[in-house]
Ligand binder design. Sequence first.
Ligand SMILES: [Zn+2]
Length: 280
Amino acid sequence: MDLIVEYFTNMPTTHRSLLLVGGLTFFFLMENAFPFFKQDYNKWRHSGMNLFFTLTTVLVNFSMAFLLVASTLWVTDNEFGLISWLNVPLWAQVIFGLMLMDLLGAYLAHWVQHNVKWMWKFHIIHHTDQHLDTTSANRHHPGESIIRFTFTILAVFVVGAPVWLIFFYQSASLVATQFNHSNMNIPEKLDTVLAYIIATPRMHRVHHHYREPYSNTNYGNIFSFWDRIFGTFTRVDNDKLVYGLDTHMHVKEIESIWELLKIPFVPYRDRIEYDEEEKL
Ligand SMILES: [Zn+2]
């Protein structure tokens, strides 16, 4: 536990960059070697667009990092947040701290974006991807990156997160999202067992089905049990899934970065009414 605290307190920026690039490369190679869907698409073009949005995500996070630093300094100086109030021992800070950061910074942020219309319009871009793979992980509108960042700050205040916990959480969160978006074919039994604790690709793919109610399930990023606890967990045979979003299925429309960036600022399109016959 001390090692985790020590390493993440002084985690160099180069290690953070390495994790981003290394994780993407690892899952990219794995999903090419063992693909789940053998889709025929221009992987380089697809990756190019997703990496553009990954870059804007990194830029937003980088330019707002000072807010995160100020928040963590303030909560630790003022003994604010659950860790101080409950006098939580270190081992529990590592485990429960990570769980709570994931609940507030990822699950809640994601759920709210699906349920508040103006935030949903920023999140649409992430769902327009019709060829889900590990590069889809950070395909976020810059506005969504700001929304997610705000929820991370909220989590820092509630948890009273010290700097090591933030870096620990962000590192785990990054690898988790690259993993659960990957097109890697993990044996179904292993995936089912893992899905009791962590969000797996087989689980998160359902979230990217183009129709409701499936796109409003399986929000989890690191841990899967939030979905089970809050009743948003669902299991679907992945072979039946169709990626994308019912309101934005025209390829021409979603192949342009500019068109995607504009989505939050153009009129809202209602989701298509779900028909019982479409139950998967
Ligand atoms: Zn979503």
